[in-house]
Ligand binder design. Sequence first.
Ligand SMILES: Nc1nc2c(ncn2[C@@H]2O[C@H](COP(=O)(O)OP(=O)(O)OP(=O)(O)O)[C@@H](O)[C@H]2O)c(=O)[nH]1
Length: 362
Amino acid sequence: MNRTDQTLLEQMRITELEIENRKTLFNISVEDAEILSGVKPQIELEIDRLVKQFYELQTNVPEIALLIGDADTLGRLRTAQRKYVIDLFSGFYDIEYVNNRLRIGMVHKRIGVEPKLYLSAVQQLKKLLMELIETLFINQPEQCILVQSALEKLFMFDISLVFDTYIRSLISEIESSKEKSEDYAIELEKKVKERTIQLEMVSRTDPLTGLLNVRHLNEILTQILRAAQRRLEPVSVAYLDINDFKQINDEEGHQRGDEILRTVASAINRVSREEDQCFRYGGDEFCIVLPQCTENQASEIYSRRLIEEIQQHEPELTISVGYMQAGPVEYPTAEEIIHLADQHMYQAKHNFKHNNEETNLL
Ligand SMILES: Nc1nc2c(ncn2[C@@H]2O[C@H](COP(=O)(O)OP(=O)(O)OP(=O)(O)O)[C@@H](O)[C@H]2O)c(=O)[nH]1
């Protein structure tokens, strides 16, 4: 429920029973209420003078004058104070009376009146009222004591209510700043998670080609091998190297070399399935892990399609590819598989260059 949907009394769980409890606590009896209401007509006659005198004394304190600030506010305060003093002598200290006291506490807290200033104002008002009662009952000392005692109790009752709202406001402030800092912590945690994912992505990918970084090759291949071994499925690795890449770099420039690396990476991405893992091994070398794929399928289907795809963009470019299959019986380690695929690639390159030389000699 929204705070504005509840009265202060409801927010602070002050019921009629609680009000009666408080009256008992401060010894406020029905007689006290009657005694105070009996003085009301005389107080009303003196009220303007009393309130005027009260604010003259109050505004002499620089701290209070600063808080009041201007003549309009002072005017409003005078009206409120006048009403308060009359309420003190109303004889009705019920829910409405209590709600007004609670509101005063809340307003004091909101405009920044410290408890010491509030208490000094109460003390001032009480002193003026006690003096007034003394003059009113100069010839009835016993009655004077009864009125003063009833008033004293009522002041204590009021102070307790005002302080309760002060304390409640402070608790609300603490709760709201706690909520804010908790929200901030949650937000921060979310950002850190997002950032961590981004950083992981960056560290997982090769910046030039966008393929996976070689740092994770062993780890990922090991995971794939374990899963394949559980299901007795084959896994193949295709190890790919661009032929005479150094020459391209030397003759056409490094930027052109980069462009070719990106073209090959895009072609790899296009022909690979979602479950295939494509790595830039370094320089002009690439490694593709092909789950559920035999060496034959890798060389006959995958590589053929890859070469076709590359040559659509770079007709002059040739590549050498070595393959190594693991499973469904034997599962060498990730290092062994990569090493063997690399050796097979060198063999393929050797054959390619040898054939080329022979062709050139013919
Ligand atoms: N443009 C570019 N060149 C790179 C990059 N990384 C490595 N190289 C170059 O790639 C070339 C690879 O040369 P080699 O290992 O001799 O390979 P190759 O010229 O293809 O020779 P073979 O493999 O025998 O066909 C070297 O000149 C490296 O400097 C890169 O990120 N961008």
